[in-house]
Structure formats: C-alpha cells, structure tokens
Write a protein that binds this ligand. Structure first.
Ligand SMILES: [Zn+2]
Length: 243
C-alpha cells in the first residue's frame, strides 16, 4: 500500500511520502501502559522517522539503566535495556554480536568513580543507590538528545491538538519583532535584556557578556480579576539557544 503524501511534522518538508511516527516512542511505553491506550502517531517523512528511531533506541538504552526499577511508571524499561545489551539474549550469532557491540558502546561512555558536577546530572536521574562516589557509575547522554525529543513531543502535540505545524518562520518573526520593537535594558557590557510586549504575553531576549543569549516568554494570565501588574503574569518559560 502506498503511503500518503503530505507534510512532515519534524522537518516541515511538504509533498513527501509520509510514514507514521510514534510521538512518544513505542518502546518507551512502560509495562504498566493500559493495553487499549492509543499510542499517538504523527506523520513523518521516512528520513526523520529513521533519524528519530536511531536517536530513541540509543537514548532509551542509556536512560533506562538509570530509571527506578520499583516505579510502575517505568516498569520493564530497565530490564528491556539490560536485555538489549546482553549477548546471551541474542536470537542468533549476529544478534548476539549486535547486543555485545551496544554494551561496549555504552561502557565506553561510562564515567566511573569520578565526581560528577551536579550541573551535568539530569535532575531526577541522579544517584539513587546511595553508593559512595568511587563506586558510582554515570551514563553519558549524547548532547542534544533530550532537546531533540522535547522538540519532537512539542511538534507532535501541536500537530495533534491544533492540527498545526510549528514553522521556523514563527520563531524568526518573534526574533525580528524583538529586534525591531523590543525595548533594551542594559547593564553594559555584561548584561542586555530586550523585552517585547505582545498580546499573549512578553518575550525576552537576554544576552550575557555579549556572547550567548537565552529566551523567555511570560504569558499573560487570562483571569479577569487579576490586576495588570507583575503578579498577574503567568509562569516563566525559558529556553536556551543561539539563533
Ligand atoms: Zn521529515
């Protein structure tokens, strides 16, 4: 059966042959997932689907080894990750070798018995066995993996809920708006804050030491009784990137 043609949620290429991509990867659902739960799928080009497939397999193989085995929310994932690197579980010689290679790859990236700066530890995935530092093992999460997964989930949800694509144009428009209409507050040369007030809330661009920027949005709270002042504004969302 031929696949449908259309637009890829991830790379936004239009007129491409679409495949169905699991928004939350199929293998990431824990054992406790209800059998009849719909596993959300989104349209993706084959290239993006395969790219995410590789990223997700590698990532879950690492994260799962750090998950709490007693937590039902992740039940079965650690066991599955251990089987994936166990040559004895191989279906044949080639499969056993692949499992062995995966184990060696994770082992190569392992940090053992060295103090790990707290800033580098994913909050929630820190040492849970109370081992002394010299016995601790840390598993490396490749740079950008979590960011890529977060982007996928946000793009997927916006597609499912709003039937919309997140265009890079929108990001570019907000940045242009900031540059043109944003008011600058600075303590040069260390700090510059550019603020643009939009209907939905405010956008901020913070430049540190003229070297890197972070962005934040502060949406306006809709509640009519809230007074129009700082306390009436909603939660702060931030992201960090250099456009
Ligand atoms: Zn794509």
């Amino acid at each position: 059966m031929a696949n449908k043609m259309g637009k890829c949620v991830h790379c936004l290429k239009d007129g491409v042959e679409l495949t169905s991509d699991h928004m939350f990867p199929k293998a990431w659902y824990p054992d406790a997932t209800p059998k009849d739960l719909e596993k959300w799928q989104i349209p993706s080009c084959l290239e993006c689907n395969q790219h995410y497939g590789r990223l997700e397999t590698d990532l879950i193989g690492r994260i799962a080894l750090t998950l709490d085995v007693k937590n039902t929310a992740s039940a079965g994932l650690a066991e599955k990750a251990l089987r994936a690197i166990d040559p004895a579980a191989g279906r044949n010689e080639g499969d056993a070798a692949a499992r062995d290679a995966r184990a060696k790859k994770i082992l190569r990236d392992l940090v053992k018995g060295e103090p790990i700066a707290n800033a580098n530890v994913v909050p929630g995935l820190d040492e849970r066995w109370g081992r002394p530092v010299e016995e601790q093992l840390a598993i490396k999460i490749p740079d950008g993996s979590f960011e890529a997964m977060t982007e996928k989930l946000v793009r997927g949800l916006v597609y499912r809920e709003d039937h919309a694509f997140i265009e890079p144009m929108l990001v570019q428009e907000v940045l242009t708006f900031l540059r043109v209409n944003g008011k600058v507050y600075s303590r040069e040369p260390g700090l510059e804050i550019r603020r643009a007030i939009l209907d939905g809330g405010d956008v901020y661009e913070v430049t540190f030491w003229q070297q890197f920027k972070t962005y934040a949005t502060v949406p306006k709270r809709k509640s009519p009784e809230a007074p129009e002042r700082a306390s009436s504004r909603g939660a702060l969302n931030w992201s960090e990137f250099t456009p």
